[in-house]
Structure formats: C-alpha cells, structure tokens
Design a binder for this molecule. Structure first.
Ligand code: AMP
Length: 346
C-alpha cells in the first residue's frame, strides 16, 4: 500500500509560528503523497471550553491551513466533528482498549485526576487512534512527545487484527529529520505554544507586522553581547538564530558569524518572520467564510468514503450490523431542529 499520512490541529488557541514551522509547513511540503489533514475540534472538548470561541478557532485554523498552502484538491482537509465515523470508531476501539493502558498516558497523568476532569481527557488517546485508523494511515509524523499515542494506536490495531483478522492498517510514527522546536521568545526554556500563559513571547500567525516586530525586539537574550550559536549556554540567542535559519533555510551557526549585536539579529529575525507570514496572512484575509466552509464540506465528503468503509469493516468483524440503515422517511413533525422553548431542570 502507498504511504498515507495524517496531521490534526486542535483548535484550542490561535495558531502560532511553532505550529507552522513544526507541523503545517512540513505537511504542505509533503502533499505529493496522499495526505489527510483535519481540524481536531472533538479533541478541544477534553478541557473546559467556550462553544462560540471553539467555532471561531475552528474556522480560523481551517482558514490558516488553506492560506498556508494545504491544497483541498490534493489533500483531504476536513473538520473532525463533520465525520460521525470518528466517534463511532472511538467507541468500538474502546472495546478493544484496556483501562490500564489508557490510564498510563502521559497527558492524563499530567492534567487529569481532579474532580472536574472530563472523562474524555482519559479516553481521548483512543479517539486519536480512531482518527488514524479510520483512514488506513501508514505514517504519522509526530514529535517525540506524541510517540506514546501512536504506540497505543499500533497496539490497538494489532490486537484487533489478532482477534478479528486483518481489518485495520497498522501505522508507524515518523519523526521529522530536524525537529523544529520553536521556543517561547520571553522564556526560551519553554516551547512556544498557543495556550502559553503569557502571549508576550508567542508569535501568532495572524499577529500584525508591528506586533510581530515588537515581540521579537523584546525577546529575552542571554548574558554577554556576543552572537554565538550555543543552545545550552545561550538559549535565547540560539532560538533567534534557529528561527532565522528555519525561515531562510540556512545554518544557525553560520548565520551567527554575520552579527556583532543582538539588536541587528533581532531586527533581521523580525524582517524574516514578517516576510514569511505576509503571504499567508494576505491569503487568509482573502478567504470568505463560504470558501472555508465549502473546502471543509468537500473534504468531509471525500474523507467519509474511506472512513465509513473502515467502520463497516470493524463492525462486521465485531459481530455488529453489516450495513448502515437509512430510513429515507421524512422526519416526524415533533422532531425539530429548535429546542423546546422552556428548558426543563438540568
Ligand atoms: P499543538 O498546538 O500542541 O496542538 O500542536 C500541533 C502541532 O504543532 C504538533 O505537530 C506540534 O508538534 C507542533 N508544534 C506546536 N508548537 C510547536 C513549537 N513551539 N515548535 C515546533 N512544533 C510545534
């Protein structure tokens, strides 16, 4: 079978430069192979969330993926919640997963356990396995931190196939050669992240040029004045050199020799980041809601063909129905899209 890849983007905050350099750009550059890209809105429900903000962020993430070069005519791009097959396979795989193996997952250990913890925070690694297995994916490009989830996916697929025959494609994790890890400009020890507590050191893809420049000019640098590439002893300056190197496809240690001051380096990083993001921002603001929606719907329709077939294979192997049932009858009058006017007690 040919290589098939998948990438998901969780709409829990506005996308930032680390997302672009570490995940979006490699995905865009790899579109010569069959690729599936989805906005993982179901995964955004594992922690407290605001429905309106989730909807807006989902639209924004989808728009930025398109603006950054995800080509909906070559790549299947869709919104996870548009495909019921995700939640259906999630449940079916829960019946192949053990409590112990899911409970051991790092995210739950780090964030779960309190009284307000949603059950979905425990079970989402199984949803992630469903995301991957639905599409017969062979390769999952992930950072080292996500390796555990791909291992679980493999374990579930292998176990399922052992019990029920060769139903699921077993994927493998692949790691980018040089893993771009963009650090927070205000705290070089931390990863730049869309949900970091302070946004001072986070370069959002939709930050206007003056905001990008201000954040970069205020980046934390290190003791001394010499510009050298030394991630251990000079993490702040090295992060800036890494950024400039990734934006301009050069070597950070070689770039360092061109600079006598932090100020000039920062100014050039600002120019490079602004030039990198300018066409993406321009294309993003040209997209209408209708353009984005149309791409997502077209993507969901394309994705459903393979995803529905996988679910049917799994159901049949597990002893469930072989065919989906569609009634074809009009909905009864008492089934309406609008809720009753006086909601009862919760
Ligand atoms: P997240 O925003 O954590 O949902 O991550 C989405 C994708 O972006 C994943 O593939 C991450 O590895 C990647 N990513 C997020 N932040 C960074 C960063 N600071 N540097 C490099 N890659 C990142």
């Amino acid at each position: 079978m040919s290589t098939r890849r998948i990438s998901g983007f969780k709409p829990t905050g506005p996308l930032q430069l680390g997302n672009y350099l570490g995940a979006i750009r490699p995905t865009v550059q790899g579109q010569d192979r069959p690729t599936v890209v989805f906005v993982a809105d179901l995964h955004a429900l594992t922690v407290p969330h605001d429905p309106e903000r989730l909807r807006e962020l989902t639209r924004q993430v989808a728009g930025l993926l398109l603006a950054a070069g995800v080509d909906p005519d070559r790549t299947v791009l869709y919104r996870q919640s548009d495909l019921p097959a995700h939640t259906e396979l999630h449940y079916l795989l829960e019946c192949a997963a053990g409590y112990g193996e899911v409970h051991r997952m790092i995210q739950f250990k780090e964030k779960g356990g309190g009284s307000g913890t949603r059950l979905s925070l425990l079970t989402y690694p199984v949803l992630m396995a469903a995301d991957i297995l639905l599409h017969d994916i062979t390769e999952v490009p992930v950072g080292r931190d996500q390796r555990q989830h791909v291992e679980l996916t493999r374990d579930l697929a292998l176990r399922f196939n052992e019990r029920h025959g060769p139903v699921l494609t077993v994927p493998q994790a692949v790691h980018p050669q040089v893993a771009a890890r963009v650090a927070d400009l205000a705290d070089p020890a931390a990863k730049m992240g869309k949900t970091n507590a302070s946004t001072n050191g986070v370069l959002f893809l939709l930050d206007p040029p003056d905001v990008l420049r201000r954040k970069i000019m205020r980046a934390v640098t290190d003791a001394g004045t010499e510009v050298t590439y030394d991630p251990e002893r000079k993490p702040g300056v090295s992060n800036l050199l890494d950024l400039l190197a990734t934006c301009t496809a050069r070597e950070p240690s070689q770039i360092a020799t061109n600079y006598q001051s932090y100020g000039q380096l920062k100014s050039d990083v600002a120019d490079a980041v602004i030039a990198l993001l300018e066409p993406i921002q321009r294309r993003y603001y040209e997209l209408t809601d209708a353009d984005i929606e149309q791409s997502l719907v077209q993507g969901a329709e394309a994705a459903a063909v393979r995803a529905d077939a996988t679910v049917l294979r799994v159901k049949e192997a597990m002893g469930l129905a072989k065919k989906p049932v569609t009634s074809g009858r009009p909905a009864p009058a008492d089934i309406r899209a609008t809720p009753p006017t006086a909601p009862g007690p919760r």
